[in-house]
Design a binder for this molecule. Structure first.
Ligand SMILES: [Zn+2]
Ligand SMILES: [Zn+2]
Length: 327
């Protein structure tokens, strides 16, 4: 399923030749691919891929089908995952400083590199991960972005005993479980009146769930904004204690309205989180192997990718949408 025209809002089915694993690459037969909000931003034109057509999808679960020359980490038949970071140069100053997530030469899966809305995909072996065996193929897919980048955002929120999560979708439903495992209290904010999402959050053990227009019952120590809604930044700041951090975890957000300085005063911090490093992936997948995270998924056939994107856009997905190619 490829995007041919920027901002066209939909993907087109197409047939392509089987991709070839070049030296350092692996060819992967896709078993499942999660649908991320970033894919929606790409298809809707809020993020413009440098070249079209492109196949979206960066929460790829599959089986190694061919090994390129020089690849020793994997053998054919391994089950692996491919996340958003598809390549970093390893030579620039940010890469050398351990921040390959900010590499100016990075390539991202489903953006510069063709992604997992397909039956097969090639990926750089050095950016591919083995997945914890306890998880099913569909169940594990959302961990590869909602989980990984959600976890990076979670760490950036600091050691917050009371954590607010704005937008209770794929990432928040995973991070709420991690936070509960670490005995933190979670406060879930949904679109006003979204009773289903609030009930879902309560099922996962949050202390409180309500609309983003409601104040939490207690002051928060930190907050993560997963919803692409800039007006939530001053909302979250107003509920965060002095010294607390508000993390903007999405790749795209509507404009942030101006707000009075007193919301930021007292060393409150607003920051974004961009992409992921391979170290984030190793840490999070290691955690996921020890703590079984129950992902809630809604499965779609690959051919119905546009339906999945539309359902995500209209808030009709509880948890995460996952595409599965026909066998
Ligand atoms: Zn670099
Ligand atoms: Zn993503």
């Amino acid at each position: 399923m490829e995007l041919r025209k920027a901002g066209s809002g939909s993907l087109e089915p197409c047939e392509r030749d089987m991709p070839v694993a070049l030296p350092g690459e692996v060819l992967i037969r896709v078993l499942a691919c999660g649908v991320c909000r970033t894919d929606l931003h790409i298809v809707d034109g809020e993020l413009a891929p440098p070249d079209l057509p492109v196949i979206p999808g960066h929460e790829i679960v599959g089986i190694v089908a061919r090994i390129g020359d020089g690849v020793s980490e994997f053998v054919e038949g391994d089950r692996v995952g491919v996340p958003w970071l598809g390549y970093s140069c390893g030579r620039c100053s940010v890469c050398l400083a351990g921040r390959e997530n900010l590499c100016p030469n990075a390539r991202f899966t489903g953006f510069q590199n063709d992604g997992g809305y397909a039956q097969y995909v090639v990926a750089e072996a050095a950016f591919v991960f083995k997945l914890p065996e306890e998880y099913g193929d569909v169940e594990v897919a959302p961990l590869l972005c909602a989980g990984l980048i959600g976890y990076r955002a979670y760490r950036m929120a600091g050691d917050a005993p009371r954590l607010g999560l704005y937008g209770f979708g794929a990432a928040a439903h995973i991070i709420a479980q991690v936070a509960r495992h670490e005995r933190r209290e979670v406060f879930a904010f949904t679109s006003p009146g979204d009773d289903a999402a609030q009930a879902f959050a309560r099922e996962l053990g949050v202390s409180w769930a309500g609309g983003s227009d409601q104040p939490p019952p207690q002051t928060l120590d930190g907050a993560i904004i997963f919803a692409p809604v800039g007006s939530l930044v001053p909302e979250a700041l107003a509920h965060v204690a002095p010294g607390g951090t508000v993390v903007c975890a999405g790749i795209h957000m509507s404009d942030i309205p101006s707000f009075p300085y007193h919301l930021l005063w007292q060393e409150r911090v607003v920051r974004s989180v961009a992409n992921l490093t391979r170290q984030d992936a190793r840490e999070f997948l290691d955690l996921a192997a020890r703590v079984h995270i129950r992902t809630r998924t809604v499965q779609f056939d690959l051919a119905d990718a546009n339906d999945a994107l539309s359902a995500l856009k209209h808030g009709r997905i509880e948890g995460a949408a996952v595409l599965v190619p026909a066998p």
